[in-house]
Design a protein around this ligand. Structure first.
Ligand code: CTP
Length: 397
């Protein structure tokens, strides 16, 4: 049983959302409803109040709500926020943090996972502003159901229609089943790039932004895992989740020590960090000065430890180790070599020759020890992270 707040916003598809509420209750969930004033043009709040046996929240300023601050209460009470149907306007409000009525204020105030079922005209769905808002919400972990293709209220067929209530309920149930699938599991995830100091001022670094590692950490935490996120030099915003504990590592040696120590008590290691392969044998204790007449500088570097390889070779049979392969050429050939040499259970190969660092999108190919190769289409890093974590969750089962 899950405590679900259903947010209904003003589109003709509200009538289908009534069935969604009924079916969720039939499945044993406790449902409370929040409606916008526009939604009430299509279905009355009385219908929903009678179905849920609880007053519908549609007005922050009504007399009976004066003392109880119902939106804060509902925001805290709910374990899932489901917006059905979601209009382009409500999606825009969510993406921009607007709170000008009961529904938008409550959803802004809730920490519950959010799922939305858009329903609108195809022009609105394809409008660049809606595309931008949908992408922003997806990037921030909101689950968005793809609208169905079919007859719209405008009497022509296109993409934008709300999927059938049974499909919406299946989608929600599938998510709820997964939600705690990593409960009790401990993940060590690395992100960003390491820094190898040359002297107190300079270091050797790389272009990793940390986006992929952060997205993996967020998605693992959302499915209930405890995540130890060991991050180096990053430009992306770190995730905010109570299940994620952050550890900063500067150099590859520092990262190695932290990974080794945390992995002993863990189930999964994902090495998404870009670890330096070379370092100074000894870091200068003063700033290296240019000498008069000096035109070149030679630095002799020594190899760093391969964290992935060391950990994979000493892992227990019930621990999973996943690495990445960043390649600019001969992707599969190089990734296969890395899979064999490093002994990881899986390598996620990506071509980094074109604008991958800091980008929101990527295209990856998964290689596993059984020789399986799975090429995924280009998608957002959040979607890749979600897919990878889901795959790992199935593997752990
Ligand atoms: N890795 C690691 N320790 C290192 C270097 C890399 O743990 N010293 C990990 C990375 O985190 C990644 C995988 O190994 O998961 C592959 O990293 P990549 O940079 O693609 O390859 P390298 O092993 O560094 O090999 P090369 O530079 O020759 O491509």
């Amino acid at each position: 049983m899950t405590r679900i707040a259903v947010y209904m916003t003003g589109g003709i598809a509200v009538y289908k959302a009534v069935q969604v509420v009924r079916d969720l209750e039939k499945n044993g969930h406790e449902v409370r409803v929040v409606m916008t004033k526009n939604a009430e043009h299509f279905v009355t709040s009385n219908t929903l109040a009678a179905l849920t046996k609880y007053p519908v929240l549609d007005d922050l300023w009504s007399k009976e709500n004066e003392a109880s601050i119902p939106h804060v209460h509902l925001a805290r009470w709910s374990e899932l926020a489901l917006v059905v149907p979601a209009t382009a306007n409500f999606i825009a409000k969510m993406a921009n943090g607007l709170a000008d009525d009961a529904a938008s204020t409550t959803i802004l105030a809730t920490a519950a996972p959010k799922m939305i079922v858009p329903a609108m005209n195809d022009q609105m769905w394809n409008n660049p502003a809606t595309r931008h808002n949908v992408l922003f919400l997806k990037e921030n972990g909101v689950k968005i159901m793809d609208p169905a293709v079919g007859m719209l209220a405008e009497s022509y067929a296109a993409k934008g229609r709300m999927p059938e209530p049974a499909d919406v309920v299946d989608w929600v149930e599938k998510y709820l089943n997964q939600k705690n699938s990593l409960q009790g599991k401990i993940f060590v995830i690395t992100a960003g790039g390491t820094e190898e100091s040359i002297d107190p001022v300079r270091f050797i670094g790389n272009r990793s932004s940390g986006k992929m590692g952060f997205a993996l950490a967020e998605n693992a935490a959302r499915l209930g895992a405890t995540v130890k996120l060991i991050y180096g030099n990053v430009t992306a915003n770190p995730p905010q989740n109570k299940n994620i504990k952050m550890y900063h590592a500067t150099s590859s040696e520092d990262m190695f020590e932290q990974v080794k120590s945390e992995f002993k008590k863990s189930d999964v290691l994902i090495m998404a960090a870009a670890v330096a392969d070379w370092r100074m044998p000894k870091v200068a204790d003063h700033k290296l000065k240019k000498q008069i007449g000096q035109e070149t500088l030679n630095l002799t570097l020594i190899k760093t430890k391969d964290i992935l390889q060391e950990v994979a070779h000493h892992k227990k049979h019930n621990q999973l180790v996943i690495g990445f392969a960043a390649e600019t050429n001969d992707l599969l050939e190089n990734a296969e070599k890395k899979l064999k040499k490093k002994g990881a259970d899986m390598i996620v190969a990506n071509d980094v020759s074109h604008n991958v660092f800091g980008n929101d999108y990527d295209q990856v190919t998964l290689l596993t020890q059984d020789g399986h190769i799975d090429k995924w289409p280009r998608m957002s890093k959040q979607e890749i992270a979600y897919g990878l974590i889901e795959k790992i969750a199935r593997e752990l089962k």
